[in-house]
Design a protein around this ligand. Structure first.
Ligand code: PMP
Length: 357
């Protein structure tokens, strides 16, 4: 195996950039690319994963939050003291709340009232004005996204950041995540895969790698049950009704967002990953690598392994570890919750010891 020099021989710690960075936003991005050694050994490929859980707000969405706010500033729609409004139930809200605090904006978050108290508390601790609203479908005007849009419309110096259809989201991955992957693999990346919520990560990284490699790098979608994108890609562009559900929070999609729209035609293929495989990989990564990540990260790694098997030994497959398991541990590490979801039996017997809650 090649080129992994990230750990200092002296201290056993990651070598950081040699200079200080400015504030919270200066610490976003430039995450390590981790060789998942047990899986690389098993597959004969380089299975590499960007440690997005090491962003300062704890997830890949710190990049998007910084991207959409910077874009609004540059376009002049957000001025000092302004208000950022978003409809989000998770990591984007946390990223936005951090960036808003660090840049002096007010942050208003609309979310479905089905969300956990922990999420609401965290956003409020980060200074956000959290507005739980009825959990209704996207085509209902009371949906949290529409309420966020309508609220921002009536205010001075306010933006609705619109993470799904604001392409500043994909652009930040084109400008940062993609180039980081290229540099960290010294251009040897063969295949990139990740799951999609807004589609910003997949579209931005895939576009960058496609252009930079003159079409050599393949990008594959990793999709959970309940998303329409797998069948859309596999059927050559037919959009079905959404059906089914998944334990993987933050991913899965029912439509072609503007962030996905231009790049999805270039995506080479798609893998549908069942929850049984994702939850087993949450435990595997912990046991074999000491890496504690959420279910979307685990799903991404399952896809990377399946692509390693498909493409054969010697390939370099890159994916993302989107966030840590901390935000989901009361579920993912609870025997009774897993039992209720019918997933307890998906965890190999020697790993069940980790389900301590
Ligand atoms: N994983 C997690 C945990 C997320 O919160 C998200 C964003 N909702 C994603 C993956 C997907 O990222 P994107 O929105 O860029 O498609």
């Amino acid at each position: 195996m090649i080129f992994f020099t990230a750990a200092s021989k002296h201290l056993g710690v990651r070598r950081f950039a040699s200079r200080a960075v400015d504030g919270f936003t200066g610490a976003v991005g430039n995450t390590p690319l981790i060789n998942l050694t047990s899986l690389s050994r098993k597959t004969g490929c380089n299975i590499l994963a960007k440690a997005e859980f090491m962003n300062p707000g704890g997830s890949v969405k710190d990049r998007a939050a910084l991207g959409v706010i910077t874009d609004a500033e540059q376009r002049g729609s957000l001025k000092p003291g302004g208000i950022v409004v978003e409809g989000t139930a998770g990591n984007t809200g946390i990223g936005l709340a951090h960036v808003c605090r660090s840049r002096g904006y007010k942050c208003v978050i609309y979310m479905p009232n089905t969300q956990s108290q922990e999420k609401i508390d965290l956003l409020r601790m980060l200074g956000a004005d959290v507005r739980p609203v009825p959990a209704v479908a996207y085509d209902n005007p009371l949906n949290y996204n529409h309420q966020a849009r309508d609220y921002a419309k009536g205010l001075e110096n306010a933006v609705w950041t619109n993470q799904f259809d604001n392409t500043a989201n994909a652009k930040v991955h084109y400008d940062t995540t993609g180039p980081e992957i290229w540099e960290q693999t010294q251009g040897t990346v063969d295949v990139f895969t990740c799951a999609t919520g807004t589609g910003g990560t997949l579209a931005g990284v895939a576009k960058f790698l496609r252009e930079k490699s003159n079409g050599r790098v393949q990008s594959w979608l990793a999709d959970p049950p309940g998303s329409v994108l797998h069948s859309y890609i596999s059927s050559g562009g037919q959009l079905k009704e959404r059906s089914g559900s998944s334990i993987t929070e933050g991913i899965g999609q029912g439509r072609i967002t503007d962030n996905l729209a231009t790049e999805i035609a270039h995506v080479h293929g798609s893998l549908n990953i069942p929850d049984e495989k994702s939850i087993a990989m949450v435990y595997d990564l912990l046991d074999a690598e000491g890496i504690y990540v959420g279910a979307s990260s685990a799903l991404n790694v399952v896809a990377a392994v399946e692509l390693a098997e498909r493409f054969g030994p010697g390939k370099t497959i890159v994916t993302l570890l989107c966030d840590g398991a901390y935000r989901y541990q009361s579920r993912l590490f609870s025997k009774s919750w897993l039992e209720k979801k019918g997933l307890l039996s998906a965890i190999p017997e020697h790993l069940i010891k980790y389900a301590v809650l």
